[in-house]
Design a protein around this ligand. Structure first.
Ligand SMILES: [Zn+2]
Length: 229
């Protein structure tokens, strides 16, 4: 058999793929009905192909051959798919200039953030990185090869009950979720801001996130607003 090349994908694409592939094992355990299991298999293939059109060519036959009649068959398919993909790391910050204007942090805070970010991207699979510095929660990610980030204000008021994380779409409560605002100064010198609830811990959030776009939009709010001037 020809050697299969590894495909490098983003952390959020990898999460998407892994979670869809896990449905096969879940459906096997939840149902004894082969018709149901095969329906889940076909739906899974369809869902994955919507995001990865090449997937049908690469794995259509393997899915067809997986009769969903033994756990081994399913884990073999899972391993052959997931073994093919690896996660593209976020780029290192090479110099302070890369993010100084974007984050607008004081020198000491900027140095702290850069060290935290570079350590994190060297050891973790990430869609984004965040770090609490004083009364700010500072975010950084990449879009089309460029850094996108913001030092957002942390709201002091504690929210009761569960809140939905804007990034990973999981419900969190108490200290696990933070209400942050991204504030821009408008033409008339007035302030306009956008608020979101986001996981306090970037690591758990990054294991769940399936889409980078909502975070990018939130982080670009200040940038885009101030460009309108
Ligand atoms: Zn989250």
């Amino acid at each position: 058999m020809a050697e299969i090349e590894t495909k490098v994908i983003s952390n959020e694409d990898y999460n998407f793929l892994r979670k869809r592939m896990m449905r096969l094992e879940e459906s096997y355990k939840q149902s004894n009905d082969q018709t149901v299991r095969k329906a889940v298999r076909d739906k899974t293939l369809f869902d994955i192909c919507e995001r990865f059109p090449d997937f049908l060519y690469d794995y259509g036959d393997a899915f067809e051959c997986c009769a969903m009649s033994s756990l081994k068959e399913i884990t073999d398919l899972f391993d052959s798919v997931m073994g093919r993909y690896s996660i593209e790391p976020l780029p290192r910050i090479q110099s302070e200039k890369d993010v100084k204007r974007l984050l607008k942090l004081k020198d000491k805070a900027l140095k702290t953030f850069i060290k935290g970010y570079n350590d994190a991207v060297a050891t973790h699979n990430l869609t984004y990185y965040s770090q609490r510095i004083d009364d700010k929660l500072v975010f950084l990610t990449v879009q089309d090869g460029e850094f996108v980030g913001a030092a957002t204000d942390v709201s002091r008021s504690q929210r009761n009950g569960e809140c939905l994380c804007h990034v990973c779409r999981k419900f969190k409560r108490g200290g696990d979720i933070t209400f942050v605002t991204n504030t821009a100064k408008t033409t008339k010198g007035e302030y306009s801001s956008l608020g979101q609830t986001i996981c306090s811990d970037y690591e758990s959030c990054n294991r769940e996130v399936e889409d980078r776009e909502p975070l990018v939009k939130f982080l670009r709010y200040k940038l885009d607003k101030e460009r309108e001037r």
